[in-house]
Design a protein around this ligand. Structure first.
Ligand code: MV4
Length: 449
């Protein structure tokens, strides 16, 4: 195991990694921007190094600053957390050339899976179900119209270099397809310096289901079942749960085994998430692979009893993943609510400010992952997530009851948060009956106000 690592991140995930380091006897070096200098979690690290100004480009995204801090602190490895540099293959490459272990997958896996067209090729090769579409890039209007002719409308145009919904366009006819193609190409060029786009049949009102993968450097790959992340708004997840409440045992097995085949084919190590769309008939289709630890990893930890950050550290240090697939069992149900400093009644506008009152819940079945505390000041620089409230109970119905109780205990203000929205959703019959899809939140809530 490493003796000292640097955490190239902030907020709740930095704290989560510091805690894992402490448990494993690894020294943790935190880095912080000038905007985060008073953050409480910095005191829990063995050392904290200021790496620059508040804007992320000057600090958490500044590769030279982070590498300098890592060299000065003489760490063996860097954990990138999620967001920021976590899926930046160039950063992983620089770590490698500086002889610092990147706590994540290989540069090659990141590059291959980061390109969606390449990851679809790989999925096809190992018989992972794909949505019908163009086999490869689409460059001309004629090609686009031919594909749409073959698969039927509606279709979706996606940027190969994109991810998380950026650079996507839906078209319902030839006219809109032609204009969308040009728009998508220039958007992709502007955003990713790569204008490559492809076309798929557009699934309406799908669920978003993703499989947690762990692989080691010795070729051993397992899954830790799935998470359902269908409650979202503009590609921002609000609620995640495990297991997915609508799939049967056979579908679960097929889905999870498909994800394992893909990760194996990629020679993958570390934690990954293989994303799928699940349609109304519970058929699943591969979407993309996320090569990082995800925000919602705690729900998987609760239902499997495994610590994913421990495993990331062990795997990066070369240890064998000493778990057989048969060692992993689904136990009960877990739900996570993201607590964001946003006003759900005003189009989710971010609400920076001071948490004069902040009393998170506790008690049986409740976990709260957060870097926030009473009098914590939420600045305007970073995302607005101030914590993740996670419950774990024997059944989904009991988990919903416990979440309701925990949300009702939660006192936070005067800053507006998503707590009020979560209280409503935990009482909503569609959510209780698991009749939600990725468009549900916006369809049922945006018309008001
Ligand atoms: C789709 C789709 C419908 N049909 N692909 C959005 C994020 C990116 N990972 C892929 N996404 C989608 N791809 C086809 N062929 C709908 C979405 C989509 C979505 C997917 C997962 C979670 C939330 C979503 C919200 C809107 C659209």
């Amino acid at each position: 195991m490493f003796s000292r690592i640097l955490i190239a991140n902030r907020g709740e995930i930095a704290l989560r990694i510091i805690r894992a380091c402490r448990e494993l006897g690894v020294e943790s070096i935190a880095v912080f921007s000038e905007a985060d200098r008073d953050a409480n979690y910095l005191k829990l690290a063995d050392q904290a190094i200021c790496i620059g100004g508040g804007p992320a480009a000057e600090s958490y995204l500044n590769i030279p600053r982070i590498i300098s801090a890592a060299e000065i602190a003489d760490v063996q490895a860097i954990h990138p957390g999620y967001g920021f540099l976590s899926e930046n293959a160039h950063f992983a490459e620089i770590c490698r050339s500086c002889k610092i272990e990147f706590i994540g997958p290989s540069v090659e896996s990141m590059k291959m899976l980061g390109a969606k067209l390449a990851s679809k090729e790989l999925a096809k090769k190992c018989k992972v179900p794909l949505t019908p579409g163009s086999d490869g890039p689409v460059t001309t209007e004629k090609q686009a119209v031919d594909v749409a002719q073959r698969i039927g409308y509606p279709v979706i145009i996606k940027a190969s270099a994109g991810g998380g919904g950026r650079g996507m366009r839906v078209a319902h006819n030839d006219i809109s397809l032609k204009s969308s193609l040009k728009a998508a190409q220039s958007e992709a060029e502007a955003a990713f310096k790569d204008s490559t786009v492809f076309i798929e049949k557009y699934h309406e009102e799908p669920r978003h289901v993703e499989v947690q993968i762990l692989g080691d450097k010795h070729g051993h790959v397992i899954h830790l079942f799935e998470r359902d992340c269908s409650v979202q708004r503009r590609h921002q997840k609000l609620i995640e749960e495990s297991p997915c409440p609508v799939i049967n045992e056979q579908t679960r097995k097929d889905l999870c085994e498909a994800a394992v085949r893909l990760a194996r084919e990629a020679g993958y190590y570390s934690a990954a998430t293989v994303e799928f769309i699940v349609d109304k008939q519970n058929r699943f289709y591969f979407l993309e692979v996320n090569t990082r630890i995800q925000v919602e990893h705690p729900v998987t930890e609760m239902v499997t009893g495994q610590d994913l950050i421990h495993w990331q550290l062990r795997i990066a240090s070369g240890e064998k993943l000493s778990l057989a697939q048969d060692d992993i069992h689904l136990n009960g149900a877990a739900i996570e609510c993201r607590i964001n400093a946003e006003d759900p009644d005003r189009n989710f506008i971010p609400c920076p400010g001071t948490l004069d009152e902040f009393v998170p819940p506790g008690g049986p079945g409740v976990r709260f992952d957060s870097h926030a505390y009473q009098n914590y000041r939420i600045g305007p620089n970073y995302d607005s997530m101030i914590g993740k409230l996670i419950v774990h109970r024997p059944t989904r119905a009991a988990a919903i009851s416990t979440m309701r109780r925990a949300l009702d205990e939660f006192r936070a203000g005067p800053v507006k948060t998503t707590i009020s929205l979560h209280r409503q959703i935990m009482r909503d019959k569609d959510f209780i009956n698991a009749r939600v899809d990725t468009g549900w939140l916006e369809r049922t809530r945006t018309p008001a106000k």
